[in-house]
Write a protein that binds this ligand. Structure first.
Ligand code: F6R
Length: 240
């Protein structure tokens, strides 16, 4: 694992932006795996700036998001569809049919999981998967205890994850208790992984990822086994 230590959230975001833009320029039809949450917001803001400055085009890019809440309509302000549209997609030249976010209101959720896997397979391989780090070590919404062999599936969200995400909702009760997420094996099949970590509250989780044992009790620990991981972490998150 390559670790890039940066000063703060802003520097993490601009380094991540350069990393992604380099990849978009190197690869003919780049496939990006994307995350939501607070961590990549600065990255998306910078990608939009670079697009506006005509330094990058997204017309050949294909995207797959990691996850979506079950039960939230696409236009629900708390859905990850809505997040991605507002924070990135509607500001850049990506064609809507080239973006993929799991459908959390599909009539048949099991089929939605299988279809999502198939779409990723048809795209061949994700070139770079962007990840944030959950306080309990989750990646995507793969909570502790999820088998490393998991593919896209429905999960019961941990109470701690619901609490951490309640800041976006009116109340904790409004946070869905289920989500669709790419599985751990699905994530591990990406050619390259870019993990972004910022803030003192992530310090313990990052330390466990880097120095702890590889265990399904801490899903992010599996990243130790991936051959091409870059971690961009700020000073608050990375212990000396
Ligand atoms: C989001 C996702 C989650 C987040 C994680 C960290 O699509 O898959 O694993 O990356 O919960 O969230 P933030 O960035 O809000 O701290």
């Amino acid at each position: 694992m390559e670790i890039m230590k940066v000063k703060d959230y802003d520097e993490m975001s601009s380094q991540a932006c350069s990393f992604i833009i380099n990849k978009i320029k190197q690869v003919q039809s780049p496939v990006l795996g994307l995350a939501t949450g607070s961590t990549p917001e600065g990255l998306y803001k910078r990608l939009i700036e670079k697009y506006n400055a005509q330094e990058v085009t997204f017309k050949d890019v294909l995207t797959f998001n990691l996850d979506e809440y079950v039960g939230l309509e696409n236009d629900d302000p708390n859905s990850y569809h809505h997040f991605m549209n507002e924070k990135l997609f509607k500001h850049i030249d990506i064609a809507i049919e080239r973006v993929h976010v799991p459908n959390g209101v599909a009539e048949n959720l099991e089929k939605e999981c299988q279809d999502y896997e198939k779409k990723i397979k048809d795209a061949e391989q994700v070139d770079i998967q962007v990840l944030g780090l959950g306080l309990n070590g989750h990646i995507g919404f793969n909570e502790p205890g999820t088998p490393f062999s998991s593919r896209t599936h429905i999960v019961d969200l941990d109470q701690s994850t619901r609490q951490a995400n309640a800041r976006f909702f009116d109340s904790l009760d409004d946070v869905p208790d289920k989500a669709i997420t790419m599985g751990i094996e699905t994530i591990m099949e990406s050619k390259e992984i870019l993990l972004l970590v910022s803030g003192a509250n992530k310090r313990e989780a990052l330390d466990r990822l880097l120095n702890g044992e590889i265990s399904e009790d801490f899903p992010a620990s599996i990243l130790q086994k991936h051959s091409n991981v870059t971690i961009i972490a700020d000073e608050e998150a990375l212990q000396d």
